[in-house]
Ligand binder design. Structure first.
Ligand code: GBH
Length: 434
């Protein structure tokens, strides 16, 4: 356990933890089906064959979970609203209860409107889904906006596009490679329209949670630099450039559907916070002509880059390298690229999968990343908050229940919650910041 105290963050810095609806709620019988239910039902899609029908049963146990949040001492809790639940009779009642419970505990609710659980029948390849997303957003804001002050439109549209539509590792399971790009455009358009809907409802703290990580070229050879630059466009710029600069990276416009110029005006609607989900950097080089096994994925050989191992680093039990200073590099890089266009940043996710209750490795990971975040602040990046992924062990998408990201252990047979060593550690970190 690290003994050196974590440096002091500015007053008002927001400390929290994150979850998402599909990964924890369960109570699938009380809502409409999502693309994740359909995907999970296909044999072989989820590694352990599990489903999120019950998950952590948070839907029925949210009071216990809010008590865990209160005892942890977080300022804020980031959860997501399930669109298929809102589409079902009485579905918003659940979020009403959850938000009331949070407010009673003095915890600020931060609501994500889309964390990958699209209602069956909708499709991000269709433009209409962007409009439907804005209508759904307006419905949620009308009901919760008196108590929810902080909103995030989309979670990681880059991963949802890549994993869900390009590689087929996530729902809806499409393997379109570059033909997946319209799904990115429509999510961005949906974001912009949702920002307008939230503004119309009076919201003043609106953002998006994007996945980011430094791209490290495999070497200084021209073909490795070129491949890395291309990967960087897909992971770090495909969403941030249109959101913050009002244009797509070079060459991407031509691949997008519809009146791209007009849509970019909607997409670049000003936001108040820029959410960053950070896990690890990626080492990228020229294509090697083979399929690549990477982070639990199989990448097809025809991609114009290949992902390499980051050597000499410890890895989490998911195989992801532990690189805390990558967070400092990432944030100073975003500040340098986007300058005044970059809104104040919130780290909306950071965390790791390790097994066991005495999770000293998780403590080491979080300790290192919080220090790296402080280094970014010291370097002048305007960072306003930090959220650990995740409060609870949960349904880790295609990995099922095998990966455990929680500060709190969940026994998926009994649904019993048990705080891990990292929970106690984070509580002390939070106390020391008061
Ligand atoms: C997030 O996605 C999701 O928002 C959340 O729902 C999920 O549970 C959580 O993270 C944990 O997975 O092999 O080292 O290069 C994270 C997306 C994609 C981030 C793969 C790390 C590769 C790591 N991740 N990426 S590495």
């Amino acid at each position: 356990m690290a003994t050196n105290p974590i440096p002091q963050f500015p007053a008002g810095f927001l400390w929290g933890v994150s979850t998402s609806a599909h990964q924890i709620e369960g109570a699938a019988d009380l809502r409409a089906p999502s693309v994740w239910d359909a995907f999970t039902a296909e044999p072989g899609r989820v590694k352990d064959g599990s489903t999120a029908a019950v998950a952590c049963d948070h839907y029925h146990r949210y009071r216990e979970d809010v008590a865990l949040l209160a005892d942890l001492g977080v300022d804020a809790y980031r959860f997501s609203v399930s669109w298929p639940r809102v589409d079902s009779p009485g579905g918003l009642d659940f979020y009403d209860r959850l938000v009331d419970e949070l407010c009673a505990a003095g915890i600020r609710p931060v609501a994500t409107l889309f964390h990958w659980d699209l209602p069956v029948g909708l499709d991000w390849l269709r433009r209409e889904t962007a409009e439907r997303f804005a209508q759904y957003t307006a419905t949620v804001a009308a009901r919760l906006g008196d108590r929810v002050g902080s909103w995030l439109t989309l979670n990681e549209p880059a991963e949802h596009t890549l994993l869900g539509h390009a590689l087929g590792a996530h729902a809806p399971g499409r393997q379109l490679l570059f033909d997946a790009l319209p799904a990115a455009h429509h999510q961005l358009l949906g974001h912009g329209l949702a920002v307008r809907a939230l503004r119309a409802a009076g919201a003043t703290d609106i953002g998006i949670a994007n996945s980011h990580g430094p791209t490290w070229p495999a070497s200084h050879a021209a073909e490795d630099l070129e491949a890395a630059a291309f990967y960087d466009i897909l992971l770090n710029r495909l969403f941030a450039d249109p959101l913050l600069l009002g244009r797509y990276p070079e060459g991407i416009d031509a691949l997008m559907p519809g009146d791209v110029e007009a849509d970019l005006k909607v997409i670049a609607e000003p936001i108040d916070r820029y959410g960053v989900n950070y896990y690890a950097p990626t080492r990228v080089g020229a294509p090697q002509g083979d399929e690549i096994e990477f982070g639990g994925l199989t990448l097809p050989a025809e991609l114009p880059f290949s992902v390499r191992e980051i050597e000499d680093r410890p890895v989490t039990d998911f195989g992801w390298p532990v690189v805390p200073e990558g967070l400092t590099e990432l944030l100073t890089g975003l500040r340098d690229r986007y300058g005044d266009r970059l809104p104040p940043v919130v780290i909306t996710e950071n965390g790791c999968s390790y097994q066991g209750l005495d999770d000293q490795d998780r403590i080491g990971y979080l300790d290192g990343h919080i220090r790296a975040l402080h280094d970014a602040l010291a370097a002048g990046v305007d960072v306003r908050g930090y959220f650990v992924w995740s409060l609870l062990d949960n349904f880790e998408w295609a990995e099922g229940y095998a990966r455990r990201f929680g500060l709190v252990h969940v026994d998926f047979a009994t649904l019993e919650r048990t705080p891990k060593a990292s929970y106690g550690w984070f509580r002390e970190v939070l106390r020391a910041q008061r």
